[in-house]
Design a protein around this ligand. Structure first.
Ligand code: MRU
Length: 352
């Protein structure tokens, strides 16, 4: 019997595939509205990834995989058309956002499915569908394993600070760091989560609070610039965030502001953890300088929730991510347990 997680849509699922369309819970309008967008083409999926309608490293991996399937499904039955459209989709979606390893992990899996035999269009299509479903199921399974493994570092009644959003919305069903918090709460641990609002796009304020409230996890929202004071007041026992790409030496990219939190945690003697599945680990990337950091539109900084908060022509720098050097990490919570330094050795559990 197949006991893998069901992909039948469940309430609040971030992503599901039905009726030949990819359905995405629009993360740009949460928490005010709960709206699903139906994607029919790889171009629509790439645009949704780019404008953060779907976001979070594991979630964009799943969306990317189904985006490739949409491309293949749109092909006529002329010989080679399915393959050609799928390859075009891989290219279009691969150009959407550069930093999260999970997107390329998923696209590489779809490419391998494309290259396998037999080559009849119908067989290629069914392999692409199976592979996209497998990717979604793997995200659910590895996140659940990770959520359980993470309990090792969450003391009873822990007061935890997090940044950005790494919960069910950023993945599917469980999430990574927020998945660890929700599991701790479910197990009866009386934790409290401090949530950074996460400017410029407020993923903490809009999304992490929404997830924690739905799961009944007590939380307090703060502005990003309050984290140091909250640590100094002795209100934080540990910091845990997700990650978008983990290099072979443990250097970890995550939402802009994570590095500052790691340095602050270090200065206050507070443990700092990253939580991410193996699909975020990039052993082909040696260290920080090889991680590509996405730069986003200046208006994201000049505006807040659409409203101009600076001169319309204010010069802006808007990197979407930063890299926390491995020396600031007390551990990396993964689906293969909590990895400890030296990460160049412990991350080898993910070597092929
Ligand atoms: O720009 P975003 O919102 O996609 O950034 C997301 C993050 O930085 C998350 O912390 C990361 O993807 C981990 S999600 C499990």
């Amino acid at each position: 019997m197949d006991d893998r997680p069901s992909l039948e849509p469940q309430p609040d699922d971030s992503i599901y595939f039905a009726d030949g369309r990819l359905h995405l819970l629009d993360q740009t309008v949460l928490p005010a509205e709960t709206v699903y967008l139906a994607m029919a083409t790889p171009e629509e999926v790439a645009a949704a990834i780019r404008r953060l309608a779907v976001r979070g490293a594991p979630a964009i991996g799943i969306a990317g995989a189904y985006g490739v399937l949409l491309g293949a499904l749109s092909a006529g039955d002329a010989a080679g058309a399915v393959e050609e459209e799928a390859r075009r989709a891989i290219k279009v979606i691969g150009e959407s956002r550069p930093t999260a390893r999970n997107l390329f992990w998923a696209l590489e899996r779809m490419e391998s499915a494309l290259e396998a035999r037999p080559r009849e269009p119908a067989r290629i299509l069914s392999r692409l569908r199976e592979t996209a479903d497998e990717i979604a199921q793997e995200v659910i399974e590895t996140d659940l394993t990770l959520a359980r493994a993470g309990q090792e570092v969450i003391g009873e009644g822990a007061r935890i600070l997090t940044h950005c959003n790494s919960g069910p919305l950023a993945a599917l069903r469980y999430g990574t760091a927020v998945g660890v918090f929700i599991e701790a709460h479910r197990l009866g641990n009386n934790i409290h989560v401090w949530v950074d609002e996460t400017r410029p796009l407020l993923q903490g304020a809009r999304l992490t609070t929404w997830e924690l409230a739905r799961a009944g996890v007590p939380y307090t929202l703060i502005c990003d610039n309050m984290a140091g004071q909250v640590m100094k007041e002795g209100r934080i026992d540990l910091v845990m965030t997700g990650a978008d790409r983990i290099a072979a030496n443990g250097d970890s990219a995550n939402k802009i502001g994570t590095y500052a939190l790691a340095v602050l945690a270090h200065a206050h003697g507070i443990p700092f953890y990253i939580a991410a599945p193996g699909s975020t680990v990039d052993l082909s990337c040696p260290a920080e300088p090889d991680i590509v950091i996405e730069e986003r539109d200046a208006d994201e900084v000049r505006r807040c929730s659409g409203r101009l908060i600076a001169p319309a022509d204010a010069p802006v720098y808007n990197p979407a991510f930063d890299v926390t050097p491995a020396r600031y990490l007390d551990g990396i919570v993964t689906d293969r347990g909590v990895l400890r330094p030296p990460y160049s050795e412990s991350l080898q559990v993910f070597a092929p």
